[in-house]
Every structure is written in structure tokens, then in C-alpha cells.
Write a protein of this length. Structure first.
Length: 461
């Protein structure tokens, strides 16, 4: 029975691991590299489908008591994030001709799946490291500009610093409680001693660094800009979403109060304001999205001020809505052999007159990221701020909303470039490849479902 529970509870992870092994065998044997993409796609789709199937069957188990467990809500979150990896793989066909990208991505997704299931800090740390380590290589894999090496190094160093901070916090927490169970995080929040408080702050700082919350955000703009579009899309959406799911697991059943609430009010608010202000000055699309993601990390951590009961639903809906529209924007970007030229906002000038469908997709993404109705970003922000106000933090909810208005400027600036600014195509500009256009259509369908039927989606979360 224990073996059966372990097999079923970790079925998505087992499928991902099987895909990694098969891809490595393919690379050794020397089969067609293009087939690696189809293997990876089949693996991710099967893994996502397995998670949704188990969630729908209300499957719950703890095959490794005190270390790892699954519930229908956890399985649903896994299935949603794994499904978001499909557009990333589709976009990768143009930039990555070999199978290394697929191997590294599936390895990172394995770590992603461990995070929401973690019952101990050991498993959570393992998940964080498996999530991050393949991304160091992914940033360098499609080396298209000299800054890629520097970007990868910055991410390596600062992510390593986050891991060290996390471990230091866990060691202090173990010293205070004598347990490695993640539920001790809530006990430490309630405790008033210096050791417990220090442990909570260090663990929270590590998550802030992983999610690029101000002032721990410096790595994100350079890393996003130096990476290729599929890798930037993955970092901006799935890695950030995984870190937030880890935070949800840590704060399970815990309502923030006292100094912790002050920390969760001030830094996310500063992140919202600074991310939106800094994005206004960017001439690189990827750097703009990096600062946008810093602001959105602030919105997401605002959710931890709200009631614990509604927090997982609000965070998961926001992560899915934010990720879908970000992937939509990246999938619609025109191809260009010159990566720096492709990344420039000037490349979007007059795009509507050259590629109207791509311009409309990017515009939809920008309007949703701005949080304007009827797009899904509006419903996602509404959920977050509604919970914050219900918890009694009305002033900070209003300040967060005011900060979010700053972002409207640079999102509308992109739309102005697309539709109202004259521009000519760069000599090497091309339409997005067929696989990228397929990714765009999938994301468009997801965006429409979230925009038209948010209640239906929330009822199933």
C-alpha cells in the first residue's frame, strides 16, 4: 500500500523523471534532436494530465510521512503550472535546436513539483535547488549576446545567497523547535523569542530574493535581458509561481500579525512602486518585463496579509493569470536573428501594420498585466486586494492600488508603439515560428477562459 501511495502521489514527478531519462538516452544514442521536443511535450502534457486526474479524483496521501504529501489542491496547483510549461517548450523550438533545453527544463519542473508537496524543509530545499540549478545553464544555453555569461553568473551568485540564507533560517528554526517540519514555521511566527523571529525573517528574505522582491531584485533585470526569450518566459512565470507556492505552503493556516505583517506590508509595497517606476525607463522589452515581474511579486506577497483560508486560491489564480498573459506576450514577439534588436522596444513600432495578429496578442497581454477589466489581471488583483482589505489593512490596500496605477503608463506605452507609432521592420525581422504561434493561440484561449469565466475557474481551485 505504501508503494502504491508513493507511485500515485508522485505520478507527475515520476513521469517527468521518466522523460528526463528518455531524453538523456536519446542524446547518448544520437537520435534526431528535434524529436526531443516532442518527447518533452508528451512528458509535460502527461504529467499535467496525471496531476489534474488525481486532483479530480480527490486523491490525497502522505507516502513519506512528515516529508511529502499531496492533496487535491496541491495536485491542482501542480497540474496548472505544468500545463503552463507547454507554451515554453513550443517557443523553444526556434532558439534551441538540441535536446539539452528539454532535459534541463524537465529537471527544473521536477523541483517545481516538489515545492507545494513539501512537509519538511529538507524536501522544500531540495525542490528549490532542483528548480533553480538547471536555469543557471538555461540562461547560457542559447548564447546570443555577451551579457548572457554575466547574467547567468549574477543569477548563480544571488540564488546561491538565497539558498544559504534559507538554510541559515532553517538551522535557527531547528534550534528553536527541534523539528524540520514546515509547520514549525507557523509556530515560530507565533513565538516571541529572538531565535524564532530571526529564523522567520531569514527564510522570508530567501523567498523574497528568489522571487525578486525589492530590495532583493537586482539580479532579475540583467538575467531576464541576458537570457533567450523561452528562458526569460520560464523564469518570469513558472519559477516565480513555484516560489510563491512554496511560500503558501509555509504560511499554511497562518495569519500575519505584528512585525511580520509590517514586513509583508512594506517590502511588497516598495516592490510594487519601484518595479512600476523603473519599468517606465526601459528600452528593452525583457528588462521591462523584469521590472514588471518585480511589481507583480509585490502583489503576490500582499496576499499573505489576507486571511489564510482564501490565500491559496488567490495566489494560484494570480500566478496562472499572470503567467498565461506573460507567455502570450513572449510567444507573439517577432523573430529576429539579432537578439538585441529583437529585444528592443523600437522593434515593436508599427508592428500592427506588419503583423496585426501578433500586435493584438501583445496588446491583450499588456492590458491584462496592467490589471484593466475585463482581462484576467483585473480579477487576479481584485482577489488579492479584496482579501487584504477584509483582513483590515485597508490603507495598505489603497496604497498598493495607487502603486499599481503607475504600471498602466508603461503597458500603454507598448500599445502606443504597436498601433500608433510609425516604424519599419528590421531587415532580419520575421514572423514568429509556427510552434510559437501555436503557443500564442493556446495562451490566448487560456486568457479568454480566465477573462470570461473567472468564477468557473475559481470554483475548481
Amino acid at each position: 500500500m505504501i508503494a502504491q501511495d508513493a507511485l500515485m502521489a508522485m505520478l507527475p514527478e515520476h513521469l517527468l523523471l521518466g522523460g528526463v531519462v528518455l531524453l538523456i538516452v536519446q542524446a547518448i544514442v544520437g537520435t534526431n534532436a528535434r524529436s526531443a521536443l516532442w518527447v518533452a511535450l508528451g512528458t509535460v502534457v502527461a504529467s499535467s494530465a496525471a496531476a489534474f486526474w488525481l486532483a479530480n479524483a480527490q486523491f490525497a496521501a502522505a507516502p513519506f510521512a512528515g516529508e511529502l504529501s499531496v492533496t487535491p489542491a496541491v495536485l491542482l496547483a501542480k497540474g496548472a503550472l505544468l500545463a503552463l510549461a507547454v507554451p515554453v517548450l513550443l517557443m523553444s523550438r526556434t532558439d534551441f535546436s538540441d535536446g539539452e533545453f528539454s532535459i534541463l527544463l524537465l529537471s527544473s519542473l521536477y523541483g517545481l513539483c516538489l515545492l507545494p508537496s513539501s512537509d519538511s524543509f529538507l524536501v522544500m530545499f531540495l525542490g528549490l535547488e532542483l528548480l533553480a540549478m538547471p536555469v543557471y545553464a538555461l540562461v547560457l544555453l542559447a548564447f546570443r549576446r555577451p551579457q548572457s555569461a554575466e547574467a547567468s553568473f549574477k543569477y548563480l551568485v544571488l540564488s546561491g545567497a538565497a539558498s544559504a540564507t534559507f538554510l541559515m533560517g532553517v538551522s535557527l528554526l531547528y534550534g528553536a523547535t527541534g523539528s524540520m517540519n514546515v509547520d514549525t514555521f507557523g509556530q515560530a511566527i507565533a513565538a516571541g523569542d529572538l531565535l524564532s523571529r530571526s529564523a522567520v525573517v531569514l527564510i522570508l528574505m530567501a523567498l523574497f530574493l528568489k522571487a525578486a522582491v525589492v530590495p532583493f531584485h537586482a539580479w532579475a533585470p540583467d538575467t531576464y535581458e541576458g537570457a533567450s526569450i523561452p528562458v526569460t518566459a520560464y523564469m518570469a512565470t513558472l519559477t516565480k509561481g513555484a516560489v510563491l507556492l512554496a511560500a503558501v505552503r509555509l504560511f499554511s493556516g497562518v495569519n500575519a500579525s505584528g512585525p511580520l505583517a509590517d514586513l509583508l506590508m512594506v517590502l511588497p509595497l516598495v516592490s510594487i512602486v519601484w518595479g512600476n517606476l523603473a519599468a517606465m525607463r526601459q528600452q528593452s522589452f525583457r528588462r521591462m518585463i523584469a521590472y514588471s515581474s518585480i511589481a507583480h511579486a509585490g502583489y503576490l506577497f500582499y496576499a499573505f496579509l489576507g486571511d489564510a483560508a482564501g490565500r491559496p486560491q488567490a495566489v494560484l489564480f494570480y500566478v496562472v493569470a499572470y503567467s498565461v498573459v506573460n507567455l502570450l506576450a513572449f510567444a507573439a514577439m517577432p523573430q529576429n536573428d539579432d537578439d538585441q534588436q529583437r529585444d528592443s522596444l523600437d522593434a515593436l513600432k508599427g508592428l500592427y501594420h506588419r503583423q496585426p495578429f501578433a500586435a493584438v496578442l501583445i496588446a491583450i497581454a499588456m492590458l491584462s498585466l496592467a490589471g484593466l477589466p475585463p482581462f484576467p489581471g483585473f480579477a487576479a488583483k481584485f482577489l488579492i486586494f479584496k482579501n487584504v482589505m477584509a483582513a483590515g489593512y485597508t490603507t495598505y490596500a489603497v496604497l498598493g492600488l495607487v502603486g499599481s496605477y503607475l504600471g498602466i503608463y508603461f503597458y500603454l506605452r507598448v500599445i502606443q508603439l504597436l498601433f500608433m507609432t510609425a516604424g519599419e521592420a528590421a531587415p532580419s525581422e520575421q514572423r514568429a515560428g509556427g510552434m510559437a504561434r501555436t503557443a500564442g493561440v493556446l495562451c490566448l484561449v487560456g486568457t479568454l477562459v480566465l477573462a470570461v469565466l473567472p468564477g468557473w475557474v475559481l470554483d475548481r481551485m
